[in-house]
Design a protein around this ligand. Structure first.
Ligand SMILES: O=C(O)C1=C[C@@H](OP(=O)(O)O)[C@@H](O)[C@H](O)C1
Ligand SMILES: C=C(OP(=O)(O)O)C(=O)O
Length: 668
């Protein structure tokens, strides 16, 4: 997951290959709650791991459930035959699928519970649900603004003699919450059927369908008359299915369906395969497939998979009632940027009370990209930018809304080949923490991946600077010096002295170097060698192998392969001059020799390695002389490099300076 301040996505051309998507949020959180309300054990497979499911799992733990999570499998021991904590304070983030159903379940069970969330959750309505529960005899107090969380729940005196009315026109989650909670009341001896009547038009109906399907999996068959009357038969009681699988998230699939539909046709005919969800999904958002087809996408489907490719181009504008796909409809607004005319998405008033006011947010951000947007209380109309002159590079605000971020990424496929900046990319953690990584793994850029080079002499602090800059930008990091150190180590392990006589053999090793960089750790052939390659001896070997021309050439391809989406910060001695000569920013870092010797001395001492400052200074001078006078790729600044003398700068100051230069080159 990217937890950077922003993420710059280079212009993208296409997606290809296959993606496997994480589990459905709506199914995951329903199944977790249902498992918690059962007797005995339920094993949930392919559970989503995200902010929304984490708050649900934490809440269930706090209530006394047995919860064990092992990768994507969760084992839940339900409260049916375990003592429930009578008192708890639950933090539910911004998860509507946790706040609304837990409110209902705990209000029916009774106790002393406080339910809170992030500030936005305290602006998301819950009054219709609270009214319904109060009419049923539940005790619920508002701890802040009436009609909104936070809430305090007390002991109920449940009366089931009359149908329970609930409004359905603000959120379907209120009805879902009652449907999940009331089997607890229906199971009491002597109780009668529980009847729920929806007042007003029910929105987002397919989500209620998911609820009914999952209730059935847990042994409760609800009878429904149209979308207005639901009966939970007397004596209904939860029974764990034992094992249950979660489908991949159909709303998450919408971003990849859209990417497939707007992707330039590649060399192969097959487009993008999406695994984990198919057209038979129980999730209503799968009907996004129909809308995408109406816009021109070609989509095939089989059991638990979809295959998408571009069909009509430009896409065909649509005018659609989107009430049945409230979440995936946002993706249509992004697809509308590529349509042949204005597209109108109707009946989406609920967008205004979700993670943010999504109609207003979408209108503001699409306008930044060059679209004309009209908004009304319950619709949005998007007129795409002119495909040749209308697009603008934009820095998109995401309003702590995962879907704004994921939709925004689709703007990177613009024909003007402009990058797009996504602010606060971390917000995708609500439902799809690795969204951007997943996208980058299958996307092809339409312009070269941006590379930022940091070259400089030994102990100038370039590794620290480059790694910090990479971290701030969310870019990959190449420590090219480590490649030479690794080659030196590989040579030693193969009993080869790093000498010209062994050049061909060492070059062969370098070509196949089984190296992996993960965070700030380095592996060679599966063995972690982070510390080993940092020794002074390994540094000397590195300098010696790096003077061998065929070794340098062998490592060239390897180094190029590090330039992957979304970008690369490469540190070394010849990044800007030899390896990435077209890099848009090259920094040549210097510091006076005394400073560098002093830093290296402190570094070694802090690792418990004894060192003599005078001999360090002499070694540095010898290496500088050798590096700058070697015939192949001597250590020199590229002509277009910016010089940075960091003798008097802190690491943060150097990082800010480089980021300032980088930012000055961006179009945002
Ligand atoms: O029940 C559910 O799982 C959901 C219902 C929908 O909300 P509304 O019913 O408020 O539209 C949807 O937007 C939300 O992401 C998940
Ligand atoms: C509206 C959404 O979430 P929630 O489940 O919090 O309502 C969403 O995921 O788009």
């Amino acid at each position: 997951m990217y937890d950077t301040e922003f993420l710059d996505i280079p212009a993208l051309r296409s997606v290809r290959g296959s993606v496997r998507l994480p589990g459905s949020k709506s199914i995951s959180n329903r199944v977790l709650l249902l498992a918690a309300l059962c007797e005995g054990r339920t094993v949930v497979h392919d559970l989503l791991d995200s902010d929304d499911t984490r708050v649900m799992l934490d809440a269930l733990r706090a209530l006394g459930c047995g919860v064990q999570v092992d990768g994507s499998r969760a084992t839940i021991d339900g409260l049916g035959n375990r003592p429930r904590q009578p008192q708890a304070e639950l933090f539910l983030g911004n998860a509507g699928t946790a706040m609304r159903p837990l409110t209902a379940a705990l209000a029916v069970l009774g106790g002393d519970y406080q339910l809170r969330g992030i500030p936005r959750m305290h602006e998301r309505p819950i009054g219709d649900l609270v009214d319904a529960l109060r009419a049923l005899g539940c005790t619920i107090d508002y701890l802040g603004t009436p009609g909104y969380p936070p809430l305090r729940i007390g002991q109920p005196a449940v009366r089931l003699d009359q149908p329970i009315g609930v409004r359905g026109d603000v959120s379907s989650q209120f009805l879902t919450a009652l449907l999940l909670a009331l089997p607890l009341a229906a199971s009491q001896p002597g109780r009668r059927d529980v009847v729920i009547e929806v007042v007003g038009e029910l929105i987002s109906r397919p989500y209620v369908e998911i609820t009914l399907q999952l209730l059935a999996r847990f042994g409760v068959q609800v009878q429904r008359e149209g979308w207005s009357r639901f009966t939970i038969p007397q004596g209904s009681r939860y029974r764990s299915p034992g094992d249950i699988h979660v489908e991949a998230d159909a709303s998450s699939a919408s971003y990849f369906i859209a990417a497939g539909a707007i992707s330039e046709p590649g060399r192969g005919p097959n487009g993008l395969k999406i695994e984990g969800v198919g057209e038979q999904s129980i999730q209503g958002d799968i009907r996004f497939v129909d809308a995408a087809r109406a816009m021109g996408a070609e989509i095939d489907s089989g059991p638990n998979w979809l295959q998408v490719r571009r069909g009509a181009w430009p896409l065909k504008a649509i005018d659609l009632d989107c009430n049945h796909i409230p979440d995936a409809a946002m993706t249509l607004a992004a697809m509308a940027l590529y349509a042949d005319g204005p597209s109108t998405l109707r009946n989406i008033a609920s967008w205004r009370v979700k993670e943010t006011d999504r109609i207003a947010a979408m209108a503001t951000e699409l306008r930044k990209l060059g679209a004309q947007v009209e908004e009304g209380t319950d619709f949005i109309r998007v007129t795409p930018p002119d495909s040749t002159t209308g697009w603008r590079a934009a820095s998109l605000h995401t309003y702590d809304d995962h879907r704004m971020a994921m939709c925004g990424s689709l703007a990177a496929f613009n024909p003007a080949r402009l990058p797009v900046r996504i602010q606060d990319p971390r917000c995708v953690g609500k439902t799809f923490p690795d969204y951007f990584e997943t996208l980058f793994a299958i996307a092809e850029p339409s312009t070269p991946v941006p590379v930022l080079c940091v070259d400089g002499p030994t102990a100038s602090g370039k590794g620290t600077l480059a790694a910090a800059v990479a971290h701030r930008l969310g870019y990959h990091y190449l420590d090219s010096g480590a490649l030479y150190r690794l080659t030196g180590l590989a040579a030693r392990q193969a009993q080869l002295e790093p000498e010209p006589v062994n050049e061909a053999e060492i070059a062969a090793l370098a070509r196949q170097l089984p190296v992996q960089f993960r965070a700030d750790r380095v592996w060679l052939a599966g063995e972690e060698v982070t510390e080993q390659i940092r020794s002074e001896a390994a540094g000397m070997d590195a300098s010696r192998v790096s003077a061998l021309p065929s070794v340098r050439e062998a490592l060239l391809n390897l180094q190029h392969s590090f330039a992957r989406l979304p970008g690369l910060v490469a540190d070394g001695r010849d990044m800007g001059t030899q390896i990435f000569p077209f890099a848009p920013l090259k920094v040549f870092l210097t510091a006076d020799a005394a400073q560098r010797a002093d830093r290296r001395h402190k570094q070694l001492i802090s690792k418990g390695i004894s060192a003599n400052i005078d001999s360090l200074r002499a070694d540095l001078a010898a290496r500088d002389a050798r590096d700058s006078s070697r015939s192949v790729a001597p250590l020199q600044p590229a002509q277009d490099a910016l010089l940075l003398d960091n003798s008097q700068l802190s690491v943060e100051e150097s990082v800010d300076r480089v980021l300032g230069w980088w930012q000055a080159r961006q179009p945002f």
